[in-house]
Design a protein around this ligand. Sequence first.
Ligand code: ZN
Length: 61
Amino acid sequence: MFTCRNQPCSASWEQSEAVIKNEGQGLLFRCPMCGARNYVDRIEAEDGSVVYEQLDGRPFL
Ligand SMILES: [Zn+2]
């Protein structure tokens, strides 16, 4: 579950709802509601599955 870092928005999203891409400054998804950038980290498990963890403390605009 992701939570939009844009405080007035603060919407929650399932990973399947967030489109994760790299815009040149690292992986992020744009909040489908407000468009704010939310940075994530890509974590690959030993079984090859990939999960994304939201990063704290990154600017969202
Ligand atoms: Zn948002």
